[in-house]
Design a protein around this ligand. Structure first.
Ligand code: BGP
Length: 470
């Protein structure tokens, strides 16, 4: 038997700032991402102070999910989605982030969106903050380095937990929480030239951990049915050779870049190796008396994570480095590489699923996985994305082995960018992930018309057969 259970949550994932567009509609304030995705470098470019009039920002329009969601969800329903992952744009609910009263128009938008999902048989899976903190909090408070952010975030959480009670059950507190250290700008910690940049980044991380643990407690109090997870970017690294130094380096990278974040959120305390690391950095992270108690009380219910690629670790400084999602590993000669230099490794998914599960023994949720590709339309106006089908098929096969052969408990699978959207890393449309094509290019031309790629019908049969027909 190679079918998965009927309640396995097959679906897809997007994020507000990369899909919704309508960046200044409905009372929405500016978010940090509204000034960060212009040009070719996406989130890694320098953050400007505000909108530059002469620059085109692809995510200001996104794929206009804000106005197209009914049509988009109808297509997802046709594929048989049982869940749909998106995020709430914090700045739609609190345009500045520090207000007392929420913006009713923003709340109403997500009410309608979640109602539409439920009507179409999809469980909403909601990321509370997917890189989209209000810009005002960055400019006036210094982002997450400021402790006040905990209260603002908690107030936001309280409002949305109350409002969407009974509609949303699955939540994640911060998208790829490791980005707070790997790319602190995403948490509003700016200015790398300052001496205290690293200290502020670790302080910001501590604040996010405390905020997440308080949000978990609050979410459970408001609705005991809520399932609240962390969301970690998995940076799988293998030793390049069997040389003990390489093994040691790979293990260290796994610990520091991936497990340190999930360890804190799942186990509720700072692990010994993180304490040592902070000590070695010679920085001081300020903690309030109840912080450690909060971490303990606010352990997450599941581990949500993204997985795209893996890399290798080598003690040889001359070995070629590889690209990847905030990865700093070296090239693995046994793997193929995507157009953007991300190494493709389906077996790495089974590996990380097993590592997580043996470590924590709580349910896992694969909330991002997929292949970014510059799709070309053929002479019949169709996209034959066999490369995407091959990528997803191989990953689903490994996921199935983890479930059926290894006994790992997995809630669901939501491939990233199920509808084409603006890439976070490049800030452009041309790095596409979708089953659904959106007619929009990097310069902002196109009708926004939706159409099915070949992978659309393929994924539909995967879901209809409970993962049997790949
Ligand atoms: C993850 C982010 C997503 C998404 C994805 C793909 O890090 O959570 O927002 O963008 O990576 O990355 P990219 O858009 O750079 O191809």
């Amino acid at each position: 038997m190679s079918q998965l259970s009927k309640d396995f949550l097959w679906g897809g994932a997007i994020a507000a700032n990369q899909a919704e567009g309508a960046y200044n509609v409905g009372g929405k304030g500016l978010s940090l991402m509204d000034i960060a995705t212009a040009g070719k470098k996406g989130v890694s470019r320098h953050f400007t102070d505000g909108i530059q009039d002469h620059v085109y920002y692809p995510n200001h329009d996104g794929v206009d999910f804000y106005h197209h969601y009914q049509e988009d969800l109808a297509m997802c329903q046709e594929m048989g989605f049982r869940c749909f992952r998106t995020s709430i744009a914090w700045s739609r609910i609190f345009p500045h982030g520090d207000e007392e009263q929420p913006n009713e128009e923003g709340l109403k938008f997500y009410d309608d969106l979640f109602d539409e999902m439920l009507k179409k048989g999809m469980q909403p899976v909601v990321t509370i903050s997917h890189y989209e903190m209000p810009l005002y909090l960055v400019k006036h408070y210094g982002g997450w380095a400021n402790r006040k952010l905990i209260d603002f975030y908690l107030h936001y959480c309280e409002v949305i937990f109350d409002r969407y009670k009974g509609k949303v059950k699955y939540w994640m507190t911060f998208n790829e929480i490791n980005s707070v250290i790997l790319m602190p700008e995403i948490a509003g910690v700016l200015d790398r030239s300052r001496d205290d940049f690293i200290e502020r980044s670790y302080q910001a991380a501590h604040h996010q951990f405390v905020a997440s643990s308080q949000a978990v407690q609050l979410g459970h109090k408001i609705d005991p049915n809520n399932k609240i997870g962390c969301m970690v970017l998995t940076l799988v690294q293998y030793p390049l050779t069997a040389k003990p130094e390489d093994v040691e380096l790979a293990e260290k990278a796994m610990r520091m870049k991936t497990f340190s974040f999930s360890d804190i959120q799942v186990r509720g305390h700072y692990p010994h190796y993180v304490k040592k690391h902070v000590e070695r950095l010679g920085i001081h992270v300020h903690m309030e008396p109840n912080d450690l108690e909060d971490l303990k009380k606010g352990c997450v219910d599941f581990v949500g994570f993204s997985y795209y690629s893996s890399s290798a670790a080598s003690s040889d400084p001359n070995v070629e480095k590889t690209g990847g999602n905030l990865s700093s590993g070296v090239k693995n000669p046994y793997l193929e590489t995507s157009e953007w230099g991300w190494q493709i490794d389906a077996k790495g998914l089974r590996y990380i699923l097993n590592r997580f599960y043996e470590r924590y023994e709580i349910p896992l949720f694969i909330v991002e996985n997929g292949l970014g590709y510059n799709d070309q339309i053929n002479e019949h106006g169709y996209i034959e994305d066999d490369y995407r089908i091959a990528y997803l098929k191989a990953h689903i096969e490994e996921m199935k082995k983890a479930i059926l052969d290894d006994g790992v408990d997995i809630i669901g699978y939501t491939p990233w960018g199920c509808i084409d959207l603006v890439s976070a890393g490049t800030g452009q449309m041309s790095k596409r992930y979708g089953f659904i094509y959106v007619d929009r290019d990097d310069q902002g031309n196109g009708t926004m018309k939706r159409s099915k790629k070949k992978s659309f019908d393929w994924y539909k049969q995967v879901i209809a057969s409970d993962g049997e027909k790949l």
